[in-house]
Design a protein around this ligand. Structure first.
Ligand SMILES: [Zn+2]
Ligand SMILES: [Zn+2]
Length: 177
């Protein structure tokens, strides 16, 4: 999906609308497979504001993966909004890496490459089926959303204790002795 910016760059129009879909293949994201069971929808526009050019895009997709705590399959909508300045590729060396800029070459931008990159950098690192998902007992493997178990979870929780709090509880222990 290449977008021709000629009309915009030559001041023949102020805005070029964008609307397209593409199929994305599953991604192995830090060992977690993320699937896209429906096409990725992209909408927005390339436009002129004052004498500068911008690309404003909204990417909508449903991602399917597994809950990081209980491993159940979950599908979640993901909506990404972007806003980047459009500059000629000849300026690429003058721009800081972290600026919100996308470059056009010979009056064209590669919208598919742009959208795929935006999707990749905005994927959630961890997905949970619900905020209060109790997860799976690390001792007996029971799904704690469905049933409870009698394992001692205190040790596991202590491992996750904030180091500053751990120090404090150690101090209290010593004070008691
Ligand atoms: Zn879960
Ligand atoms: Zn258990």
């Amino acid at each position: 999906m290449k977008l021709d910016l000629t009309a915009l760059l030559k001041n023949e129009t102020d805005v070029i609308d964008i609307s397209f879909e593409f199929e994305e293949m599953e991604i192995d994201y830090y060992g977690e497979i993320i699937e896209f069971k429906e096409p990725v929808k992209v909408s927005g526009s390339a436009k002129r504001i004052s004498d500068e050019f911008f690309l404003e895009v909204e990417i909508n997709v449903s991602i399917t993966t597994h809950c990081a705590r209980c491993l159940k399959e979950v599908s979640k909508p993901l909506s990404i909004k972007t806003f980047d300045e459009l500059l000629p590729v000849s300026k690429e060396n003058q721009i800081e890496q972290d600026e919100n800029v996308f470059f056009y070459e010979r009056h064209h931008i590669d919208l598919l490459a742009y959208s795929r990159e935006q999707l990749l950098v905005n994927l959630p690192y961890k997905t949970v089926c619900r905020e209060d998902c109790a997860g799976i007992c690390t001792r007996c493997g029971r799904n704690l959303n469905v049933e409870s178990c009698s394992c001692d979870h205190a040790v596991a929780e202590e491992d996750e204790l904030d180091p500053r709090l751990a120090q404090l509880s150690e101090w209290f222990q010593k004070a008691k002795e």
